[in-house]
Design a protein around this ligand. Structure first.
Ligand SMILES: Cc1cc2nc3c(=O)[nH]c(=O)nc-3n(C[C@H](O)[C@H](O)[C@H](O)COP(=O)(O)OP(=O)(O)OC[C@H]3O[C@@H](n4cnc5c(N)ncnc54)[C@H](O)[C@@H]3O)c2cc1C
Length: 487
């Protein structure tokens, strides 16, 4: 899979050998590159450029004092193996040609214009931090949250520590059936004793230990054959201790007979669902312990309640060519708490970014940011200079939209980084003078050593509680600790 995005070996050799000279002094000019956002996209583009453009220097600028984006603040705490990518990112950050500059925010502390003046190339990799809304009546009722907020809360993203989700009711409804929704379901339905061994925040553990939620509905627009969760996540739910998965038999009409014709991954997950349905106890036997209930063919049309949400009203869908089509039928299901989990959304943080607000991503073609009047579908202009913003790129969720996993982000980022190397090599990015990098005077940034001091403190706090780390959630505390670190 990787080979596809790697440049030809000859292109790499030329890129590596390329020595740029300043005409007046004959001193070599080192390409200076700025990457905005220290998530997977930022680190993977940096890793690739370091390897394939030997004489380049890279600044990774991050709005938070801490790196790693959604690997730290999105990936579920009970999936520590997914976070092993942090070891690779750390190696990249510790390369002497890289500087991590935390606590500096594009659109607040500096502008895109400033970056483009001070670097030969700028890569926007600042992710997708907002969530989509349903835009249905009563969405602002109390206890209607987004999965994004809920995840940010249990993972300790600064600003979400006071979310205090109300877990005093009996049932939680997750609208959406992707892996993020399943993560939330699993965290809520897991035993606190299991979560105690993870890096989940202490305040979330405390709230979860008082939770009275015993049923989680996972609601999707379409049927079991279109379910968005993956088999690994489903297996985890089926194996969860003290929790029963309960399917609704009607959702599975004609599913079993279509299994032989399904492509392999879809076939395996469908077989697992059908097997689990066949093994489930009859409806009149109440499930032992907590209950996880996937519900298919339902789209929310209204939140019911006065002040606080009490139920969700759904339209019943049928499938037409794989698409959900509403019928006249409605169903209302009681609930005490709702989390929308219908996708993340990027935003424009600077007016000079050519941004597609409808799609929620930067207008780009393969990672090169298009000129302001062009969109991704404008492919008619041949002249590269008329088409693209010179030296401006985007990768990761900001460029592709919020889809896929870390591996998808890695492949995209390696591909964009390859374009950057080729554009330097072909002189598309002109090295007409050295660039100074971001002006740091008067800007209280966090260096990599500052992050390491924060990291050590978190690990120390965690050890005291038998956890891998206890995340700090107050920016001021982080800055205080980082400021004592030597550079
Ligand atoms: C809840 C959740 C769970 C997930 N779990 C998994 C999983 O288990 N396995 C898996 O493979 N994938 C998982 N993913 C997907 C994975 O997290 C993404 O593929 C990946 O993080 C996208 O990387 P990114 O760098 O584009 O964005 P991000 O990870 O969001 O990184 C963007 C970075 O930019 C910074 N930033 C934002 N605005 C600015 C600004 N104005 N200036 C400077 N910096 C800024 C952010 O603070 C952040 O550090 C999960 C995603 C979510 C949402």
């Amino acid at each position: 899979m990787l080979r596809k995005v790697l440049p030809t070996s000859s292109a790499v050799k030329v890129a590596r050998k390329c020595v740029f000279r300043n005409a007046s002094t004959a001193a070599p000019i080192r390409p200076r590159i700025c990457i905005v956002g220290a998530g997977p996209a930022g680190f993977y583009t940096a890793q690739y450029i370091l390897k394939h453009l030997d004489n380049s220097d890279i600044d990774i600028v991050e709005k938070l004092p801490v790196p790693f984006g959604l690997v730290r603040f999105g990936v579920a705490p009970d999936h520590p193996e997914v976070k092993n990518v942090i070891n690779t990112f750390t190696k990249t950050a510790e390369n002497p040609r890289v500087r991590f500059l935390g606590n500096l925010c594009l659109g607040k502390d500096f502008t895109l214009e400033e970056l483009r003046e001070r670097y030969h190339a700028v890569l926007l990799t600042y992710g997708a931090e907002q969530d989509n809304t349903l835009n249905i009546p009563n969405e602002n009722l109390q206890n209607v949250l987004s999965a994004r907020e809920f995840v940010a809360w249990y993972n300790g993203l600064p600003g979400f520590e006071n979310l205090n989700p109300d877990l005093s009711g009996k049932s939680l409804t997750l609208l959406g059936q992707g892996n993020v929704a399943v993560d939330v379901a699993r965290i809520v339905l897991s035993s606190v004793d299991d979560l105690k061994k993870t890096d989940i925040t202490e305040y979330a553990l405390e709230t979860l230990s008082r939770s009275r939620i015993d049923t989680v509905h996972l609601v999707g627009r379409r049927g079991p054959l279109q379910a968005a969760f993956t088999i690994k996540e489903l297996r985890e739910m089926l194996k969860l201790s003290s929790c029963t998965t309960r399917w609704r038999g009607d959702d599975f009409d004609h599913v079993e007979e279509s299994i032989p014709n399904l492509p392999r991954p879809r076939k395996r997950i469908t077989e697992l669902m059908v097997k689990s349905l066949a093994e489930q106890a009859p409806n009149n036997v109440p499930p032992a312990g907590r209950c996880f209930q996937p519900i298919f063919f339902r789209s929310p049309v209204n939140f019911v309640g006065s002040g606080k949400v009490e139920a969700v009203e759904y339209v019943v869908n049928r499938l037409a060519d794989g698409r959900a089509v509403p019928t006249e039928q409605r169903e209302t299901i009681a609930t005490d708490l709702v989390c929308r989990s219908i996708g993340y959304r990027a935003v424009s943080v600077d007016n000079h970014i050519n941004f597609d607000a409808r799609k929620g991503c930067v207008n780009n073609a393969g990672g090169r940011v298009l000129k302001r009047n062009l969109t991704g579908s404008d492919q008619t202009i041949d002249d590269i200079e008329d088409k693209y913003e010179a030296g401006l790129y985007a990768s990761g969720w900001l460029a592709t939209g919020p889809t896929g996993v870390i591996l998808t982000t890695m492949n995209n980022s390696f591909g964009v980084a390859d374009l950057v190397c080729r554009d330097f090599n072909s002189n598309t990015i002109r090295l007409n003078g050295s660039r100074p990098g971001l002006e740091l005077a008067g800007r209280p940034y966090v260096s990599w050593n500052g992050w390491k001091a924060i990291d050590s403190e978190e690990v120390r706090l965690g050890q005291a509680q038998g956890k891998p780390r206890e995340k700090l959630t107050r920016i001021e505390t982080m800055l205080q600790i980082a400021s004592n670190a030597s550079d």
